[in-house]
Design a protein around this ligand. Structure first.
Ligand SMILES: *Cc1c(COP(=O)(O)O)cnc(C)c1O
Length: 436
């Protein structure tokens, strides 16, 4: 049972009726969801908001085309990273001056990892481990290892990336050696949610700092960074924030940490006075020092419209209401798979409880289904877009802004048909593409 939505509907007609009553149902009109497509991949690339082409066209034709360089001031391009960051802040429980939209998630991870390590090198110099999960999104681990290697190769202390496999191991790894913990709030494969308040409090008691990756949280799951004691956070613009392919990411730094160190990607736009062209770097006060180079204005304009598309739910209960709906969509998905695909061997890996589930459902596919890659290709061929995460995970993102209950019903009917007919087992569905 989910607040406001009740138990999953048991007929297709009941889904249609639920969609008609859904207080969030009207939000779908804000998006260009292609006809005949059931799009369950908004956690990888959000759907185009209807407002975005106009917003980008304005940046292109009027601001760039007519305003040219004057637009840095007159169209407020120069402060766009902060204005968009302030909007994102409202979705993640942060103050406006704690978030900027900039660079990619990977690059922002490097900045906050480095800033946090410098803090600990001063406050707790004996601590040498960065703790994360083996199941974390790989770029998070790669960026941490890259920073560790750089520090080691230039004669600094030898840090170690310590990877754990279970919550129990995670708690144990937060010991007197631990400098930082790097965690992704919603696991990208399973959709399981960490308890941010409890883990942050535990890390702090042990003397460690916490960096939260909100890639699958921002705009989808209630997040309260300040209430829950986060130190640093990063997240993606192109997933649930609907900012478009390769949209700028965001970075959050708790006010109490902002002025302690400048991050090492000390580009001129993080300088206190970029247009003084001072040969010596002097960081800006506050979150602005987490900027590096010139912001990509066209992408930033699209991100601005994307964030607005999520903020459109504010009056309707905001992210908490969106999350409640996505869990109801997930409950329906899980119930329909149990009813229609029993025997296929799909194993749910997403937790059932509201507080433990992000905005997706994932199933592990058994070896008899070839690990599931071809099943997803066959689904996409029928107009149901989810994604596949190696080695064997079928992942369905449930963006409540534009996904209807009837879409879930129909998606599982397609899945059942593919499994029953073994239509997935055609050679063309086994061809691996570069992006899955
Ligand atoms: C999607 C995702 C990223 C992506 O990072 P980019 O730098 O935008 O490619 C990083 N971390 C997590 C947890 C993700 O889910």
């Amino acid at each position: 049972m989910t607040p406001g939505f009740g138990p999953p509907p048991e007929t297709r007609a009941a889904c249609v009726a639920l969609d008609a009553e859904d207080p969030l149902g009207g939000l779908r009109e804000l998006f260009r969801v292609p006809a005949d497509l059931i799009y369950l991949d908004g956690n990888s690339l959000g759907v185009l908001p209807r407002a975005t082409p106009g917003r980008v066209a304005r940046a292109l034709e009027s601001e760039w085309g007519e305003g040219l360089i004057r637009s840095w001031n007159e169209a407020h391009w120069i402060t766009l990273p902060e204005t968009v960051g302030a909007k994102i802040a409202t979705l993640i429980g942060a103050h406006a001056a704690e978030v900027v939209a900039t660079d990619s998630t990977s690059v922002n991870l490097f900045k906050v990892l480095a800033a946090a390590l410098r803090m600990q090198a001063t406050d707790a110099p004996a601590r040498r481990t960065i703790v994360s999960e083996r199941g974390n999104f790989p770029t998070d681990l790669y960026m941490a290892q890259g920073l560790i290697d750089l520090i080691g190769a230039t004669g600094g202390p030898r840090y170690e990336l310590r990877l754990v496999d279970s919550p129990l191991e995670l708690t144990a790894a937060l010991d007197a050696q631990c400098a930082l913990v790097l965690l992704t709030h919603v696991n990208f494969k399973s959709g399981a949610v960490h308890d941010m308040a409890a883990l942050s409090a535990h890390a702090h008691r042990q003397g460690a700092l916490v960096i939260w990756d909100l890639a699958h949280s921002a705009g989808a799951v209630p997040v309260a960074l300040n209430r829950d004691g986060a130190d640093f956070a990063v997240g993606c613009g192109y997933k649930f924030l609907n900012g478009g392919p390769g949209a700028p990411a965001f970075v959050y730094v708790a006010t109490r940490h902002q002025d302690r160190f400048s991050q090492p990607l000390s580009g001129w736009l993080g300088h206190a006075a970029p247009f003084d062209f001072d040969p010596v770097y002097r960081p800006r006060a506050g979150i602005g020092r987490y900027l590096c180079g010139t912001p990509p204005i066209l992408s930033m304009a699209a991100l601005d419209a994307g964030v607005d598309s999520v903020l459109a739910a504010t009056e309707l209960g905001g992210v908490a209401a969106l999350h409640a709906k996505s869990v109801a969509l997930g409950d329906l998905f899980i119930a329909r798979v149990a009813a229609r695909c029993a025997g296929a061997g799909l194993a749910l890996i997403t937790p059932r409880a509201l507080a433990e589930r992000g905005s997706q459902v994932s199933f592990r596919a058994p070896p008899e289904l070839g690990g599931g890659y071809a099943v997803m290709q066959a689904l996409i061929d029928r107009g149901v877009i989810g994604d596949f995460r190696a080695p064997d995970v079928l992942r369905f993102g449930l963006t409540p802004l534009y996904t209807r209950f009837v879409d879930i019903w129909d998606a599982v009917e397609h899945l059942a048909a593919i499994l029953e007919s073994r239509a997935w087992d055609r050679p063309e569905f086994h061809q691996r593409a570069a992006v899955t």
